[in-house]
Design a protein around this ligand. Structure first.
Ligand code: NAP
Length: 260
């Protein structure tokens, strides 16, 4: 495979630093520019790789194959559209796109015959956890999800917990769980309700991204659990997404659509 020329946005962030390690360790990938909020002098990035603070300038100056964007959801959205305009294949690790936006972006990529990926969860193990949970839900209607994240996370429940519940609801026999007369003496004690399933969100320093899906049956429970210990856990998924956009000519949403 010819070398994949990458522009990395957000190189100083925790995900960005892990991506720099991943790219450096991948013979077929090469970083040709960084897109940052800070200039080269301010950012302290002194690796001989040019640093840009303006995305249009960065995308115009370099014939890149792929943009890996690990900034913020709002910035990533802007960069995604600009990258498509410049025929650079975007790999974005963020949530917050409506179905209409995804359809519009898919049309744009297909007009240009350009690969693109939006990946709400880059952890291969987390995607497998969701797939395994959907299989288990055919046999068990009672299920609760406990997700645990670092205390800088702004949204609850996590996108992964909601996605897991959605996938389960596609196959699970609808059921309101717990005792029919149960009451909460402490508001929120039973967690959030998705079609009778309960989701519990824990926020603690020291955590990264963790989830347990617990199924209850007759005299048994089945727990499917995934733990991301650090940001490196997301990098095999980022690598796979980069390889995929190089072969694809449309926008793909979610790693689950490329691992069978
Ligand atoms: P982080 O440590 O806060 O890093 C974000 C980086 O982006 C910071 O260096 C920040 O610079 C930079 N940045 C912000 N706005 C920018 C802009 N306009 N242009 C260029 N750079 C900009 O966060 P993180 O934990 O690495 O996460 C990064 C992103 O990945 C987040 O959106 C997060 O939700 C997402 N994420 C996705 C997954 C997944 O599996 N899909 C997993 C983990 C994280 P400053 O420091 O100057 O603000």
């Amino acid at each position: 495979m010819a070398t994949v020329k990458v522009i990395l946005a957000g190189p100083r962030g925790q995900m960005g630093m892990a991506a720099r390690r991943m790219i450096a360790a991948t013979e077929a990938f090469e970083t040709i520019a960084y897109l940052d909020r800070k200039s080269a002098e301010e950012s302290g990035l002194q690796e001989g790789i040019p640093v840009y603070t303006d995305a249009t300038e960065c995308f115009s100056m370099h014939e890149a194959d792929v943009l890996i964007d690990l900034t913020t959801p709002e910035t990533a959205k802007e960069h995604l559209k600009l990258a498509i305009e410049h025929s650079i294949r975007p790999v974005i690790g963020t949530t917050g796109f409506t179905d209409e936006e995804i359809d519009q972006l898919r049309n744009l990529t297909e007009e240009k015959q350009l690969g693109a990926m939006i990946v709400p969860n880059f952890a291969l193990g987390a995607v497998l956890m969701m797939k395994f949970s959907q299989i288990a839900a055919k046999f068990y209607s009672d299920v609760e999800i406990i997700e645990r994240h670092h205390d800088n996370k702004l949204d609850a429940p996590s996108g992964t917990a909601l996605k897991t519940a959605t996938l389960i609801s596609e196959v699970r026999n609808e059921k309101v769980q717990g005792h029919p007369n149960e009451t909460e003496t402490l508001r929120g004690a039973r967690g959030g309700d998705v079609e009778g399933m309960r989701i519990h969100s824990v926020r603690l320093p020291g955590s990264v991204a963790h989830q347990e899906v617990i199924f209850g049956g007759h005299g048994e429970t089945l727990t499917i659990r995934h733990d991301s210990m650090n940001r490196d856990s997301f990098m095999p998924g980022v690598k796979l997404a980069v390889e995929t956009v190089m072969k694809s000519s449309t926008l793909i949403y979610g790693l689950e659509n490329i691992i069978d």
